[in-house]
Design a protein around this ligand. Structure first.
Ligand code: UDX
Length: 411
């Protein structure tokens, strides 16, 4: 049983309509509603009647100073405490700063009317958007942070069908593991972006370099693709919150700050690359392919597209946008502007354009018909924020091609 306070979302999901684009999710939810395994309510009381274990999955967005905003967690804890009707295990699924389980316990104790027992555990979620169902059912590991035998028993039962390694620890460590994982992933990406910059400066080949380091099994090939940087609802906010956790504990966080600052500069560098060919963007028509922060999602939170399009508009360009899924979300996130046009057809979006910027490696873009693209454009210039084309091939097709990691004089 899921409890949701947003009435619009509740009404959608109760009727099997999923308000986001996530492969396989709608089918799974509908099957589960039909087989009566899944139900929804807006009343915490219903859930407390129904279940002994409650997973808290609310958002922990970035607060003003970068630290995680825990107001939704607090509000759920108060609601649970005020309605508690018997022993419950509360499981933190949301990404929360280390020590949140203690805060949760204190809030619960403050608002509890009777002396009813409860436990708190932390089982962080590591699924990726766009791959959520597969990741959820086939995780690399499950982290279980518990502090009582009862919690351990309940969670052992819930996770018995998961065949991956299970790491039992205390809640503080489990809370920290989630940030430490996302911080490490962000570090890999910023490191590879730094490598792309040195390749650009020296003429070394970024693709061979990535292959060369990735073949070392200690380094691995995953998460070292350079480009316009990491976006989304997790990595940027988690790195900021992790920086704050170090600050709060007076521990040096210079490494994480650099990871963050390398990433923040990536969208600006796309504009610099564009302007090294077209100095004055005023009245130029620029196509942008890829509004989602990555393929297979319609999520535009912290997507590089928001910054890149906003900068193009600031420079008085006209922007033609295309994305296979994220156009509606982008329209909601971005102030309306008469200089932005949206297209359903990727080839139509480049008509008469002076440049094409690629920000997401959607499969549709990987198989671009280069001849058709070139015929439609006013000026065959591609600034590729995800390095989806082979430089030699695309240059052979008559394009001027700029990508991260390509030497300046090629750019
Ligand atoms: C991330 C974590 O991977 C997941 O474990 C956690 O639960 C939530 O945060 P997600 O935000 O869905 O998942 O996206 P992810 O696939 O990790 O990609 C994040 C960003 O990094 C994207 O913008 C992607 O384009 C970028 N990225 C990824 C790179 O720039 N290079 C890479 O090599 C990999």
């Amino acid at each position: 049983m899921c409890v949701e306070s947003n009435q619009a979302i509740l009404s959608d999901v109760s009727s099997g309509k999923i308000p986001i684009f996530e492969p396989e999710l709608e089918t799974l939810v509908n099957q589960s509603i039909e087989s009566k395994k899944l139900q929804f309510t807006d009343q915490i009381k219903d859930v407390l009647e129904f279940a002994e274990v409650i997973f808290i999955c609310v958002g922990t967005p970035q607060g003003e100073t970068g630290k995680a905003d825990l107001s939704q967690i607090e509000s759920v804890a108060i609601d649970i405490a005020e309605n508690l009707n018997g022993y419950k295990l509360l499981v933190e699924k949301s990404t929360v700063p280390v020590g949140t389980h203690i805060r949760l316990k204190n809030t619960m104790s403050t608002y509890l009317k009777d002396n009813i027992g409860f436990d708190i555990a932390c089982v962080p979620e590591f699924l990726r958007e766009g791959n959520a169902i597969k990741d959820f059912f086939n995780p690399d590991r499950v982290i279980l942070g518990v502090e009582s035998e009862n919690s351990r028993q309940l969670l052992t039962d819930i996770y018995r069908k998961f065949e991956c390694p299970k790491i039992w620890t205390n809640p503080a460590t489990a809370e920290l593991i989630k940030y430490a994982s996302n911080g490490f992933l962000a570090m890999k990406i910023s490191y590879s972006n730094m490598l792309a910059d040195i390749c650009e400066a020296t003429g070394a080949d970024i693709d061979s370099l990535i292959e060369g380091i990735g073949q070392d099994s200690r380094i691995g090939k995953a998460f070292i693709n350079p480009g316009v940087g990491y976006g989304g609802s997790c990595l940027p906010k988690d790195v900021s919150a992790f920086i704050d956790i170090f600050d709060q504990n007076n521990v040096n966080n210079g490494l994480l700050k650099e990871v963050d600052s390398i990433n923040r500069l990536r969208p600006h560098r796309i504009i610099t690359k564009l302007k090294s060919s077209i100095q004055n963007l005023a009245n130029k028509r620029i196509a942008v392919w890829g509004l989602a922060f990555k393929p297979n999602t319609d999520d535009v939170r912290n997507a590089p597209s928001l910054e890149v399009v906003s900068k193009l508009i600031e420079e008085k360009a006209t922007v033609n946008c295309h994305d296979p899924q994220a156009t509606n979300q982008f329209k909601k996130a971005f102030n309306q502007n008469s200089n932005i046009n949206f297209y359903d057809d990727m080839y139509e979006s480049v008509r008469e354009c002076d440049a094409l910027i690629i920000l997401t490696e959607w499969p549709d873009y990987l198989s671009t018909k280069l001849g058709e693209l070139k015929d439609k454009m006013n000026n065959p210039l591609i600034v590729d924020g995800r390095g989806i084309f082979k430089p030699s091939e695309i240059q052979k097709s008559g394009f001027e091609y700029k990508a991260f990691g390509l030497k300046e004089n090629n750019n």
